[in-house]
Design a protein around this ligand. Structure first.
Ligand SMILES: *Cc1c(COP(=O)(O)O)cnc(C)c1O
Ligand SMILES: [Zn+2]
Length: 421
């Protein structure tokens, strides 16, 4: 029997970890917890030592931190490996945002191209431990790609519910390639989410949306890996896009736990960035969290096109516990920031560019101070949404203008490059 338990974030009821549970009886979300000493007994040196090892679990940027993620027997762990993403610094982007000390954690480098793999390796491992045959989620795209890949590896049936006509075909094709059954739901993400909850309840299928506390445990390692990348000298800020708010919850929990365990001497602040046309969390924050609005979400950043975020309560608690902030950026600002990230040679999908757009805005507003150290999380890969590349931001030329039809003679090719060299 492990010393971990599931705890309700509302009434604090506790449940065993080896039972299927999608929430507390009182209706609130569950969180995976362990005694405080479990983490304070560990030192960063343990995680650093694993960096040099060759076994898959040490190679994984998730399971390298396994004592703080989930206690499982090695045979139960479904590991790709994942994580181990890089931290980048680009002068052009620092200048653009007006922040000298600015790094980018590129989570698009995960096996299926987004940070969702960090949560999915843990949730699917838990499904194996529980002995469930099928796993399901509702998704705007990246969660389903990730679920499908891990389910394939674990030989479990993957079922994904996607909002019809509202997701990137490149993401859906990934889930299809890995063999998932895809149900296109006549409705938006929030409709798909409510359906999948009922479906899992009825058929005993394991639900791996971010209501699943095991996913949150895996996603915590984005923050822990950033701290490790920075040799455990914490940044002042971690900036990330915010949609369903699972990741905001995860990063906040990770920072809090690292601080309480004594792994870092200072608690970084979280900055959650929403799209202005999908901004229920921002609206609530602006009202001092006195309200919990639902909105009809519409943004080019499909990964955060969410009007009623599932992890609202957890994320709110983590914004408060890290003295964090929530901001919003317009689709035009997202496209401008994405273009900067792309042109710096890094590249990301639209939702990911929220972190740079948000950091620039917070710096301009003086919330981020000139000398502060900032890490932006780039959540997904450029190729997740190739159509977005062709969507020009206002005032910028269309990327399609870079394509020039030429004949087959050298003279024609040279003429086409005039003014270009
Ligand atoms: C899922 C996702 C997000 C949003 O994360 P939440 O946990 O839903 O807030 C942002 N960017 C990308 C690329 C994603 O896949
Ligand atoms: Zn409860």
């Amino acid at each position: 029997m492990s010393d971990e338990w599931l705890e309700c974030i509302g009434c604090h009821a506790r449940y065993r970890v080896d039972q299927i549970r999608n929430g507390c009886d009182c209706g609130n979300l569950l969180s995976l917890e362990r005694p405080k000493e479990a983490l304070s007994a560990l030192a960063p040196a343990l995680f650093d030592a694993r960096l040099g090892r060759r076994d898959p679990l040490s190679r994984s940027g998730v399971w390298r931190f396994r004592e703080g993620v989930l206690n499982l027997q090695e045979g139960q762990i479904v590991c790709h490996p994942e994580g181990g993403t890089h931290l980048y610094r680009r002068l052009a982007l620092s200048q653009w945002a007006g922040i000298d000390d600015l790094d980018f954690k590129h989570e698009g480098e995960n096996p299926t191209g987004s940070f969702k793999d960090r949560g999915m390796t843990v949730a699917v491992s838990q499904a194996v431990r529980l002995g469930t045959k099928a796993v399901a989620c509702a998704s705007t795209g990246n969660t389903s790609s990730s679920l499908a890949a891990y389910a394939a590896q674990a030989k479990r049936r993957a079922i994904v519910l996607v909002p019809s006509g509202k997701i990137s075909m490149s993401k859906m094709s990934q889930a299809l390639a890995y063999g998932a059954r895809c149900l296109k739901v006549d409705g938006d993400f929030d409709v798909a989410m409510s359906l999948v909850r009922q479906l899992c309840e009825h058929l005993g299928i394991y639900l791996v949306n971010s209501v699943n506390p095991f996913r949150i445990e895996g996603q915590k390692t984005i923050a822990w890996e950033i701290l490790q990348d920075l040799d455990w000298h914490p940044p002042d800020w971690i900036v990330l896009p915010a949609g369903n708010l699972g990741n905001t919850s995860a990063l906040g929990k990770a920072l809090r736990e690292a601080f309480e365990a004594g792994w870092i001497a200072k608690l970084p602040r979280l900055a959650a960035v929403q799209a202005a046309t999908a901004n229920p969390f921002f609206q609530s924050y602006r009202a001092g969290f006195a309200t919990r609005p639902k909105v009809k979400a519409e943004t080019i950043a499909t990964a955060i096109r969410i009007g009623n975020p599932v992890s609202f309560e957890k994320a709110k608690a983590e914004i408060l516990s890290t003295r964090g902030v929530v901001t919003e950026v317009t689709d035009a600002e997202i496209l401008l920031a994405k273009r900067e990230v792309d042109r710096a040679g890094l590249g990301c999908e639209p939702a990911s560019a929220c972190s740079l757009a948000g950091a620039k805005k917070l710096r301009a507003e003086g919330i981020i101070k000139p000398q502060e150290r900032v890490v932006c999380v780039l959540t997904g890969h450029l190729l997740k949404d190739p159509e977005a590349v062709l969507q020009a931001a206002p005032g910028l030329e269309d990327a399609r203008d870079q394509i020039v039809e030429v004949g087959s003679t050298l003279a024609e090719v040279e003429a086409a490059l005039e003014g270009c060299l």
